[in-house]
Write a protein that binds this ligand. Structure first.
Ligand code: AHR
Length: 680
C-alpha cells in the first residue's frame, strides 16, 4: 500500500470527534477463554402483571369455569334466570351455570363476559368459541354467541354472531369458529339463550384465537410468544418468582394442579392480586391453563432449556413472620416427592405414572429436563434446612439433574453472605442471585464477578433489572446500564452460567411491578429498550470469552476508564466486541487485537449501535419501535502499529515492525451500546 493510501485508510479509522481514551482496549484473539454456556441468556416468567391469564395465555374469557371464590360470576354479567350450581362434570372445578327459560316472552336469559380488560378481537381473524354443555331435561337449546360492542351507537350491538345447538342430556363439548367482522380491543362475549322452554347448563366457556403460537388449541398469544422466541433464550425459568412460594402454602404454585385436562385444573389465587394495595386487582387468579406442560412445550419450541422452580416448603417470607406458616423439615416429604415426580413428568418413560400423563397430553418424548430450582427468594437458616433433604433426595434419584439454590432477595449483605457458603456446603450447582438495583449499583458492579470463587457453585443471575430511584418505569438509560453491567456477566462466563431479566411481561392496564421486558394491551405489544439489550447479548452470545482489558484491567467502568465497559467473545471465525459508553460525551476507543497469527487479518463486518438522546423514555404501545438498535456496515481496516506510525509520518520502531497486533479506533456516541463484528 502506498503511503498516501495508507494515510487515508488510517484517517478513515481515526476519530476526529473526541479524544482517544488513554489505554487501548486489548482483545486477545489468540487464546479463546471459557466457553459461554448455551444457557447464558434467558427468560424469567412469572404470572405477575397479568402475564399468564390476560397475557401470554391466549384465553380471552375471564373466570371461564365460574370458580372465582368471592363471586362465581365475577367477570360475567348474567341476565334473565341464571343459577350457579356446583355439581358439575369436573371435580376440581365443580361450578357451572344453569340457564333457565326466562319466564316471560319479552325476557331473555344469557351471560356476558368482559374478558381481561375487555376482549381483544381483530377484523378477519377467527376465534374458537367452545363450551361444555348439556340440556338436563332434554330438548334443544340454541345459543346465540356474539361479539358485541356494548358502547355501540349502531342499530345492533353485535358485530359477529354464530349459533351453537346443545342437544344432549350428557355433558359434551361444543364449539364454533367465529370470524371477527371488525377490530375491537375491548369487545364483550355474549351468550344468549335463544330457545324457549328449555334449560341448558354451561361449563368451561372458552374463546381462543385460532391463530395461536404454533397453532396449539390451548395456546399462547402469538405476538408475545414470538417476542420470547426472538430473544433466542438459552434458559426458560418458570413459574416465578414469589408466586412459587405463595402468601400461604395453600396458595403456593403446585405444579400438579397445572397438568392434565385444562377443564379440571383448579383455580389458584394470584398473590399479585393484593400485594400492592395501591395497585389492587381483585379479579387476578391463576386458571393454570398455562401450566407445566405448556411451559415445557414452549421451552422446547423457543429452543430454551426449561428451569422449573419449586416450593421448598417455605411460604413467602416477606409475608409471613410466624414459623408456623412453613412446613416443618420433618414433614417435607410430599414436597420432595413433588420435585421427584416433576422430573418423572418431564423425563420419565411413558410407562411411568407422570411420564404417561405427559404422553397423554401430547408429548411422549421426554422434555429432557436438566435443571431444577428449589425455593425462590428464601433466607435465614430455615432455607438451607429445608433445601438439604431435597438435595439429598434429588442427588440420590437423579444425579444428572443440576440443582439451583438461592442467595435470597438481596444482591449483598448479611443474608447473601450467609447463604452463599451454605449453598456451597450443600453442593448446589448454581446459586440464584436477585438484584433490582439503582443506577449507581449497576455502574459500580461491572467487575462484580471478577473475583468470585471459581470452584464453588455457578451463578444464575435469576432476576435483575435497573430500577432508578424515583423513575420506576422502563427507560433507555436503565437499559444502557444493564448493557454495561452485562459485559461483566460475559467476561465471567466461566462462572456465570445463566442470566434472566425480570419481570418479563406486563399488561398496560394490569401491571403491579415495573419496569418489565415486554408490554402489551389486548391487541398490541411492544419490546422495551431492555428487551433489545437482552436480544443483542443473546444474538451475539458467541462461543468463548476473549480476554478484554484496558491497561491490564477489566473494562468495567472503573476509575480512569471514563465510563467505558467492554467485553468480547469469539464465535467461530468471528469476534464480537461489545462496548458501552455510559458517559454524556462521545468517546474514541482504540480496539487493539493481540494474539494474531502471522498473516491473520481482522476484517470489520458490522456495527450494531443502540443509542438515544432521549434517556428517560422508552418504546410504547403507540411508538413501539422508536428505540431499537441500528445495524450498519463498518468500514475501515485494523492496521498494524508500524502502519499507524508510517501514516503519521514516523519511522516505525523495531518493536512496531515486529508486532502482529492490529488496532482500529471506534467512535462511540454519548450513551451508546455498540457491538463491533470482525472476521478473522
Ligand atoms: O419479579 C418480581 C418479584 O421480585 C419476584 O416475584 C420475586 O422473586 C422478586 O422479589
Amino acid at each position: 500500500m502506498t503511503r498516501s493510501r495508507l494515510c487515508a485508510a488510517v484517517a478513515a479509522l481515526t476519530c476526529t470527534a473526541s479524544a482517544l481514551l488513554a489505554g487501548p482496549v486489548d482483545i486477545n484473539v489468540g487464546k479463546p477463554g471459557a466457553p459461554i454456556q448455551p444457557t447464558m441468556y434467558g427468560i424469567f416468567f412469572e404470572d405477575i402483571n397479568f402475564a399468564a391469564d390476560g397475557g401470554l395465555y391466549a384465553e380471552l374469557v375471564k373466570n371461564r369455569s365460574f370458580e372465582f371464590p368471592q363471586d362465581a360470576l365475577q367477570g360475567w354479567k348474567a341476565f334473565g334466570r341464571v343459577e350457579v350450581r356446583d355439581d358439575g362434570p369436573f371435580d376440581r372445578n365443580p361450578h357451572y351455570v344453569r340457564l333457565y327459560e326466562p319466564g316471560h316472552r319479552h325476557k331473555w336469559t344469557g351471560l356476558d363476559n368482559e374478558g381481561f380488560f375487555g376482549i381483544g378481537l381483530k377484523e378477519g381473524e377467527t376465534y374458537r368459541f367452545s363450551v361444555w354443555a348439556r340440556v338436563p331435561q332434554g330438548g334443544r337449546a340454541v345459543l346465540r354467541v356474539e361479539f358485541i360492542n356494548t358502547a355501540s351507537m349502531g342499530e345492533q350491538q353485535f358485530f359477529t354472531q354464530e349459533r351453537v345447538t346443545v342437544d344432549s342430556r350428557d355433558w359434551k363439548q361444543y364449539e364454533v369458529v367465529m370470524k371477527a367482522a371488525k377490530t375491537d380491543p375491548k369487545a364483550t362475549l355474549r351468550i344468549f339463550l335463544e330457545s324457549r322452554d328449555v334449560t341448558v347448563d354451561l361449563e368451561h366457556v372458552s374463546l381462543f384465537p385460532t391463530d395461536t403460537w404454533k397453532g396449539h388449541r390451548n395456546g399462547m398469544r402469538k405476538d408475545l410468544a414470538q417476542a420470547l422466541a426472538d430473544l433466542h433464550p438459552g434458559i426458560f425459568r418458570f413459574p416465578g418468582g414469589c408466586i412459587v412460594e405463595g402468601a400461604d402454602l395453600d396458595t403456593r404454585y403446585n405444579w400438579k394442579n397445572t397438568v392434565g385436562p385444562v377443564e379440571n385444573r383448579p383455580l389458584n389465587e394470584n398473590r399479585w392480586e393484593y400485594t400492592f394495595p395501591h395497585r389492587f386487582f381483585p379479579d387476578y387468579f391463576q386458571s393454570y391453563g398455562l401450566g407445566f406442560f405448556e411451559f415445557f412445550q414452549l421451552s422446547e419450541e423457543i429452543g430454551a432449556e426449561p428451569l422449573p422452580i419449586l416450593s421448598c416448603g417455605l411460604a413467602c417470607q416477606f409475608q409471613n413472620d410466624s414459623p408456623d406458616a412453613h412446613v416443618p423439615v420433618a414433614e417435607l416429604q410430599p414436597y420432595i416427592q413433588d420435585a421427584l415426580d416433576l422430573i418423572e413428568f418431564a423425563n420419565g418413560g411413558t410407562d411411568t405414572k407422570w411420564g404417561a400423563l405427559r404422553a397423554e397430553m401430547g408429548h411422549p418424548a421426554p422434555f429432557n429436563l436438566k435443571f431444577i430450582g428449589i425455593g425462590n427468594e428464601q433466607w435465614g437458616p430455615e432455607y438451607p434446612e429445608h433445601l438439604e433433604p431435597f438435595v439429598k433426595a434429588i442427588r440420590a434419584a437423579h444425579p444428572e439433574i443440576r440443582i439451583v439454590g438461592s442467595s435470597g432477595p438481596n444482591s449483598e449483605g448479611d443474608q447473601f453472605d450467609y447463604l452463599w457458603p451454605e449453598m456451597r456446603r450443600l453442593g448446589a450447582d448454581l446459586v440464584d442471585e436477585h438484584f433490582y438495583r439503582p443506577y449507581e449499583w449497576f455502574l459500580s458492579q461491572g467487575a462484580r464477578y471478577d473475583n468470585y470463587d471459581r470452584k464453588g457453585p455457578k451463578v444464575f443471575a435469576g432476576e435483575y433489572a435497573c430500577h432508578a430511584r424515583g423513575r420506576k418505569l422502563n427507560h433507555f438509560y436503565a437499559s444502557l446500564l444493564e448493557a454495561a453491567f452485562m459485559t461483566g456477566l460475559e467476561r465471567n462466563a466461566d462462572i456465570v452460567h445463566m442470566a434472566t431479566y425480570a419481570p418479563l411481561f406486563a399488561h398496560v392496564e394490569g401491571w403491579q411491578w415495573r419496569p418489565d421486558l415486554i408490554w402489551y394491551d389486548n391487541l398490541r405489544s411492544f419490546r422495551t429498550a431492555s428487551w433489545h439489550v437482552q436480544q443483542l447479548y443473546s444474538e451475539f452470545k458467541g462461543q468463548n470469552v476473549l480476554k478484554t482489558t484496558m491497561d491490564g484491567a477489566s473494562v468495567s467502568g472503573a476509575e480512569g476508564q471514563d465510563g467505558i465497559f467492554a467485553s468480547s467473545v469469539m464465535d467461530g471465525g468471528k469476534v464480537y466486541v461489545k462496548v458501552v459508553n455510559t458517559a454524556a460525551e462521545p468517546r474514541t476507543v482504540r480496539l487493539n487485537f493481540t494474539g494474531l497469527k502471522k498473516g491473520q487479518a481482522v476484517e470489520p463486518v458490522e456495527r450494531i449501535r443502540f443509542t438515544s438522546d432521549k434517556l428517560y423514555e422508552d418504546n410504547s404501545i403507540e411508538l413501539p419501535d422508536q428505540y431499537k438498535p441500528v445495524r450498519g456496515t463498518f468500514t475501515g481496516r485494523p492496521v498494524t502499529a508500524a502502519e499507524r506510525a508510517q501514516a503519521a509520518g514516523q519511522k516505525p520502531t523495531r518493536a512496531q515492525l515486529r508486532s502482529l497486533d492490529r488496532s482500529v479506533d471506534v467512535n462511540l456516541a454519548p450513551y451508546c451500546f455498540d457491538i463491533y463484528v470482525f472476521e478473522l
